[in-house]
Design a protein around this ligand. Sequence first.
Ligand SMILES: Cc1cc2nc3c(=O)[nH]c(=O)nc-3n(C[C@H](O)[C@H](O)[C@H](O)COP(=O)(O)O)c2cc1C
Length: 357
Amino acid sequence: MKEQIFTKLKINSITLKNRFVVSPMCQYSSRNGNPIKWHYNHLLNLANSGAGLLMIEATAVSKKGKITHSDMSLTNLENFKNLKKLTNFLKKNSDIKIGLQISHSGRKGSAELPWVKPNTSLKNRSWKTHSASSIKKEFNWPYPKEMTLVDIENIKSSFLKASKYSKKLKLDCLELHMAHGYLLHQFFSPISNKRIDAYGGSRQNRSRFLIEIAKIVRANWPKSRILGARITGKDWIKGGLTIKDSIYLTKKLQKIGFDYVCVSSGGLVSKTDFKPKPNFNYDLAKAIKKNCKINVRVGGMIEDINFAKKIVNKNEVDLISNARKYIYEPNFILKELSNLDPKNKIVPNQYRRCYKI
Ligand SMILES: Cc1cc2nc3c(=O)[nH]c(=O)nc-3n(C[C@H](O)[C@H](O)[C@H](O)COP(=O)(O)O)c2cc1C
């Protein structure tokens, strides 16, 4: 049987050479929001992994939208020029398609670098964070400011501005971060959104901010390229988002003209019912694929490549997203491909001897 995972996927005018996607991975190493040398090395290694699409890390749409002071951002011309240099370098040295994830941290912002103190808010150089409601992330975090309607409009404009810069970067794919407990997720989840205006209460109201952003970004992003969103399949908390909410949101995004959703989950607060286990988002992704007509990407401890092959062959999902696997076993795709198809053109000539092909 031909492994579907190694087949091309054409979305609009962009053709991915296979179904493997490198998940976005924040490096918390930018200076003034700009990539540094580390990013060149790190991303080129990932670009040459054999995957079809490389998602560049969550990139803040505004200064307050960063998680830490060292996040990448796309808020001004300087950020644009520096990202342009980086993406030109990647395109020159790899045929991988390149995407960027844009995000606003909301109440998860103003955080320490994770390797300094994980899950801790800044003591010095902190900033007042924004959220749907003034509800702390957890007990040792500060209260965010409940966003006014003016704040809402400003953040919508920031997403639009970042998407305009992304368009000029000639990226193949743009992804809105609606998951992992960041601002858009904070609006959607009833755990973090207790607003009593048009942006809170019912599912329709809680999704309003996400939908408004999705619409303005869609209107600006070229139809020929790929547009998607990372969404949360569920909150893993009683009273939180469930798969029904994710299907509702996906259908809305589909109607607006999004090309895919990447199904992830969790991240709103630390204490949940979640127990890490292989393929933990698979059931959620499968349910979304079954109920919606949109490309579905799934990530989350998909460690076994045979499992990944199986779920793509069965058309249960379209794309497989991995993060840590590319760090632990950077060439797992090349190895697999050499076994399956020794004549493949993806393994670099310089490495063919390593795989006896
Ligand atoms: C170092 C690191 C940085 C991450 N940064 C992001 C990010 O920028 N955006 C995002 O959506 N997820 C981020 N994640 C989550 C991953 O994209 C992925 O969803 C998660 O690690 C589960 O997949 P895995 O088991 O294949 O690693 C990050 C994960 C890691 C390990």
